[in-house]
Design a protein around this ligand. Sequence first.
Ligand code: ZN
Length: 163
Amino acid sequence: MKQLVEHDIRNSFLNCTKGEAKRLNLPRDLVEQPWGELDFLGWRDPQAPDRAYLVTELDGRPQGLVLRSPAAAAWQARRSICSLCVTTHTGGVSLMVAPKAGPAGRQGNSVGAYMCSDLACSLYVRGRRETGSGGRMPESLTLEEKIQRTVSNLAAFIAKVTT
Ligand SMILES: [Zn+2]
């Protein structure tokens, strides 16, 4: 994806108030992110470990989501699969809950999905980061197809949050 600056990121959030978007904590090393290898930028709030964020470029503009990640439960130590990039982890997948955009979100509705806890899906797909154990299940897809799948899984998740 194209490199984004702070202004783009803060303006991209679909499911929080403008005030929240202005205050939330961005990654400290924005310029050093491996933008060329990212399908989306995802990060944990450095000051609030139960909060996470992701921003991607969809339909030609940055679109971001605020996520809540409840504290890891015992079952999360089991082997589980990220619903975006389909990487298998032992203990490295978290339930991420996105408040819905607009009035539905203000009424407390949300959408949840299991994702890589560090939101580094793009790097796992490209083999740039390894899971602790086991690694990926063997698949016949090409890298391009795996990237496409991640992108479309994310687009589908964003669509659920915004509709
Ligand atoms: Zn993932």
